[in-house]
Each structure stands twice: as C-alpha cells, then as structure tokens.
Design a protein. Sequence first.
Length: 428
Amino acid sequence: MWAKRPNPDYDLVCGVAYTGLPIATVISTKQELPMLIRRKESKGYGTKKLVEGNYEEGQNCLMIEDVIVSGSSVYETLETLKELKLKVDDAIVFLDREQGGAAAMSWGSMGVNVISVVTMTQMMGILLKHGCINQATSESVLEFVESHNDTSIVTKEKSSCKNGIDVMDRKKRSFESRTSVTNHPLARKLFEIMSSKKTNLCVAADVTTSAELISLAEKVGPHICLLKTHIDILTDFSKETVESLKELAATHNFMLFEDRKFGDIGSTVASQYSGGAYNIVDWAELVTVHGLPGDGIIKGLMSAINGRPRGCVLVSEMSSSGALTSQEYVSGCCKIAENHTYFVIGFVSQSNVSSDPRFILLTPGVQLDKSVDGLGQQYVTPRAAVLERGADIIIVGRGIREAEDPEAAAIKYKEEAFSAYLERIEAQ
Ligand code: S5P
C-alpha cells in the first residue's frame, strides 16, 4: 500500500476506523511517520477529542483504508481532518469494490485521489487464476458489485433521525440544512446558492441567438440559481458564447444547466456529452437525462467527465399533456438516482417523486398568467409548483422571457417561489 502512494512525502498518516487503523500503524512505524487516530465517536470523557495525535495546521496527511465501498468512512475522516486544517489529497485503500466510492471522493470540494492496490475485478481475476473460486462465483460477485453501485450510504448515515425530526423528508427541510446530507459537490453548491441568494428560480433561456442569450443571462443572473439552456437551438453558437456564459455565471453566482435530455445508450451519450459541436461536458455543470435507457446512460455520461465535477437531473415526469411517464417509470428513475448519487442530484418532476432530502426537484411548466400553450405544455403557478407539487426549484421560460421587462418578471417569479418554499418549511 505504501508503495502505491502518489507522493513521496507525507507529514502524517491517518487510518480510517477501524480496519484502516492497524494498517496505518504498521506504515507509521515502518516509515517513521507520525500517525493520527480518528475516533468514530467522540469519547464522552477525558479530552473528548475526535482525533488523537500530534499535528500542525497545513500538514499533508495520507489516509489509509482497507476497503472502499461507498466512501462514507473515508468521507467522514476527511471532513474531520479538513476541520483540523490538514491538507488531505490522497487516500490509499487496499481494495476498491468499484461501487462508486472512489469516484465520489474524487470530486469537487472533496477532491481526494483514491488509489487502490486492487480492484474487485482484479481480485476476482487473481482468485480465479489460482483456482480459489470458480467462474460462476466470480461472475456473481461482479454482478452484485455492478448492481449495488450505491454511494448513498454516506448520506444515509449522516441523515439518520436527529432530535426526533423526520430528517428524511425533503419538503420539510431548508435548503441550507440539506447541504450536509448530500455528498455531491454540485448539489451542495446549488443548495448554497439557493440559500444565500434566496432564490429557487431557474430560467429557461430558450432563445436562438448568442446575443439574446447573453442579454437574458445578464438581466436575470442576479435572481436565479440556474440558467437552463437548449444550446442546440442557437443559430450562432461559438466558444465565445460559452465563455461569456461562464463569466456571467461566476459574476452572478448561478450554475449552467444544459437541458440536453440525453436519452440513448451509454456509448452514444458519452460522445454527445463530450466533443461534438457543443462539447457540453466542458461548460455545463448540470444536464438533463432521461431514465428510459436504464443506468447504462449514467455510466456512459460518467465515462466522459474526466475528473470534472459534473451532475445530472433525471427527467422522471414531464409537464406536457399525455406524457407517457407512468408511476412505474418514476419508480425506475428513483432507483437509478439512488444507485448513482455521485452523479444524479435530482429530478425534473411534476409531483413529489422523492422525499429524500439529497435530491433536488425541479418543476417546469410554470407561468402566472397562462394554463396551456397550445402545443401540449401545461402550466401551474409558482406557488402550486412548490406547495402542491413539491418543487424545490421552478423552471420558467416564456413567463419571464416574453415579459415586457424580463428582469422584473424574474424578480416576481423568484419572490413568489421562494416565499412558497419558506411557507412550506415553516409549516412543518
Ligand atoms: O417536462 C418538461 C421538462 C422540461 S426540462 N417540460 C418542460 O417544459 N421542460 C423545459 O422547460 C422545456 O424544454 C422548456 O425549456 C422549459 C419550459 O419553458 P416554458 O416557456 O414553457 O416556461
């Protein structure tokens, strides 16, 4: 394990409780490196410290763990070490069960490079080669690993019942409090934007020229958490368009959300996501994805990310009349989301499809003065979307774009949707 370390020097090692501890101890003594011990629970007596050992702020600490599954233990240790202002870039694990933990840890604010000595696939190959297991066992183990790609353990543990409040109910909770139950850096970022800017408005910027797009983004930027694009309807798309959008997103603190509605097999969506005319993965932090193809679509998209923090929203229900999204379909989408929490951050929906506070529900088909558009679109008001349909975020297109004063309209929608959200959480 020590030989696998990516950097030659560390100031400290920290074993992840509990099996990581004896391994870290051996490394510590053999390499003459100071070691930290992080308790699972702070002891109720004595110094009450969660971490034992001597350290100084800014020291470079290597985490040691035996097996990584969801990454929850590594994650908890990381949080503690970061609170102590230690620098933690790497974790060495003996076995990576390839169930999403290593990928989840590598993203965004977590940014930990997880290096394994063997993966489960390699382990099965070794055991098979030495006649320790047969082909059927190997296949069933790998099938199990593949179908239990579940990083949600991280947050299930964190969100277990506190103070008698049913912390699992999404609708009852503030965006701020939900930041700590998700392990997805972009879901956290979105919750933080919504809480600090006091907005749960996403504007659908369905315009056909870059000038209109930039002008709309400038006007509504201060009032939104997300700018949703259909980039392929622009007649003059260029790299500069994207650069201007990124700048505006940074200035006004909103995220770029491409409504690509990916819906093909994994290998096709990987090419649609990365490369092509729009190179979506390069600039859109979030995208929409249909659940229809099954979870291969998620794996395909993930294969194109290349270490960038990216996420998606699953379209589980549609606002158009006669939509074919049955209850069974919705349940299937929820299952995909639960199994891929390191990529799926929520749903496009028309009802309360999930009470899990990690998932963010976005509801389109919102307008104040209209109920239909003549082409199948159906509208509800911001209040109805938030209070009756359980939306966290409302998506508004023509209601704002076609208003005489789009900025004033954005403020109106924002205020209505945010006060409905406050009403919803206060009512609990
Ligand atoms: O079910 C859906 C899903 C989406 S993402 N219904 C929708 O209308 N949308 C999108 O929301 C749609 O593609 C459009 O960009 C926006 C609604 O626009 P509006 O002008 O009808 O508010």
